[in-house]
Write a new protein. Sequence first.
Length: 200
Amino acid sequence: MSSAAITVRDLSKRYASRDGHVAALERISFGVTEGEFVAVVGPSGCGKSTLLKILAGILPSSEGQALPRGSVIAGPRRDIGVVFQSPVLFPWRSVLDNVLLPVHVQGLDRASHARAAMDLLSLVGLTGFERRYPWELSGGMQQRVAITRALIHDPAMLLMDEPFGALDAMTHESMNLEIQRWPARGPRARPCCATVRSRP
């Protein structure tokens, strides 16, 4: 039987406003098992990004619990990779150095991860761009760099917030397939939580 990778119990998040509080999440409960791919679908403003930021340890909850692998969230976690709606790349770092940022922050071996980074950049169609800077890339290329950065440290979980919005249709489909194949590539199962916009 698969073990729980994420457990969310009665999770609420409220933001302060001039009129009091705005509820982004209200008593949300669900679970995700190891190796499972889950999509959270809803209209803009319904709390999808807030949910992922709480799971990633970027935002605190107002009430309830979010337990990745049974542990309390106390801040950003090394075993979680996050892809935001925007690439959020450092303009003064090259593509390769942006990809290797988690390696630098976590004090991992650069040489071995640099080889892995080149393999990942090849996978997303960015071979030859490793020495370029973000301002030299299209929006879709920047987003592929961000996806690669989220995978470089072999996270146990991958949280994605509309990661393919800036990609063209063919690249979107290719990346979607590669992400779904990803659990079979590495040593650990990777439950993936993705947020996508609902269609009218």
